[in-house]
Design a protein around this ligand. Structure first.
Ligand SMILES: O=P(O)(O)OC[C@H]1O[C@](O)(COP(=O)(O)O)[C@@H](O)[C@@H]1O
Ligand SMILES: [Mg+2]
Ligand SMILES: [Mg+2]
Length: 335
């Protein structure tokens, strides 16, 4: 089995950015993932379950494991000495890594995705997004370093903590997956150049929010549920409540993940910078598509660190269908 490190070195000439620094960056995420994996697997025994009693800047209850994962990943990234700063779902503002002003990279992350699943032993994940900084090395990072459109990403990926722990990432030359072997303490190549299956027949959405979905989304869901043998409808509905786990299933088996605007989240729930952009980079690299219903996610110019956007991601034909219904049945109110 080829380890993550061996794979990157072997493909060195392939990757436009996979310098030794990128190897170190991915390895830092790997280190953080190993620690999170270890503690998730004894969560029932150590005090990292449950809510922290603190809300993040977005008014969401921070789970103890959210904060634990955030601290471990921050430490692993800072220790590498090449990341000048990070932005995180769990940090109100971006974080300057003092003493690493020379670092060439910034990392944006969702340290623990799928928080509602933590206490019920259902898959959760870590999402990361890596950029070259735009401010001059040798100075503290600035907000501009984090406000780059998604198509500027150098690398992106996720770790899914499920029946096995897997890291899936791209540097712009395909999507590759590595499965963690705890007995050896290494991530080994398990899927090289992953792509979505030709067609998808699964849709993933929280239908509890149906009443306030945009008309086009409601029409698309009815389309998915109609009987039509030729197009293998009705499709299957699967929703884990963890973006990383739902995305990972769709990547392997085909499908679409939808988080449109809802009553509680008029602009959508998912955050552009550290959820939608990295997953969109992976989706496109795997032959899929990611849209906010109107435009390519990776083309959106960010305006604020924690901004949210509607998110439709998966097989390109399925995302095309949603966009078509949204065009044909525009909402009279702009949520
Ligand atoms: O519970 P809802 O509203 O369906 O939202 C579930 C979605 O929210 C998220 O949990 C948001 O991510 P966080 O858990 O990191 O906040 C996604 O992983 C998941 O797809
Ligand atoms: Mg998340
Ligand atoms: Mg999170």
């Amino acid at each position: 089995m080829k380890t993550l490190g061996e794979f990157i070195v072997e493909k060195q000439h392939d990757f436009p950015h996979a310098t030794g620094e990128l190897t170190a960056l991915i390895s830092a995420i790997k280190l953080g993932a190993k620690i999170i994996h270890r503690d998730i697997n004894k969560a029932g025994l150590v005090d990292i379950l449950g809510a922290s009693g603190v809300e993040n800047v977005q008014g969401e209850q921070q789970m103890k494991l959210d904060l634990f994962a955030n601290e471990k990943l921050k430490a692993a990234l800072k220790a590498r000495g090449i990341v000048a700063g990070i932005a995180s779902e769990e940090e109100d503002e971006f974080v300057i890594f003092e003493g690493v002003e020379h670092g060439k990279y910034v990392v944006l992350m969702d340290p623990l995705d799928g928080s509602s699943n933590i206490d019920v032993n259902v898959s959760v994940g870590t999402i990361f997004s890596i950029y070259h900084r735009v401010s001059p090395p040798g100075t503290p990072v600035t907000e501009a370093d984090f406000m780059q459109p998604g198509h500027k990403q150098v690398a992106a990926g996720y770790v899914v903590y499920g029946s096995s722990t897997m890291m899936v990432y791209t540097t712009g030359v395909g999507v590759h997956a590595f499965t963690y072997d705890p007995s050896l303490g290494v991530f080994c190549l398990s899927h090289e150049r992953m792509t979505f299956p030709e067609k998808g027949y699964t849709y993933s959405i929280n239908e509890g929010n149906y009443i306030r979905f945009p008309q086009g989304v409601k029409k698309y869901l009815k389309f998915c549920q109609e009987e039509d043998i030729a197009t293998k409808r009705p499709y299957t509905s699967r929703y884990i409540g963890s973006l990383v786990a739902d995305f990972h299933r769709n990547l392997l088996k085909g499908g679409i993940y939808l988080y449109p605007s809802t009553a509680s989240h008029p602009k959508g729930k998912l955050r552009l910078l550290y959820e939608c952009n990295p997953m969109a980079f992976l989706a496109e690299q795997a032959g899929g598509k990611a849209s906010d219903g109107k435009q390519r996610i990776l083309d959106i110019q960010p305006e604020t660190l924690h901004q949210r956007c509607p998110f439709f991601c998966g097989n390109d034909a399925m995302v095309d269908d949603v966009e078509r219904f949204l065009r044909e049945f525009p909402d009279d109110h702009q949520g």
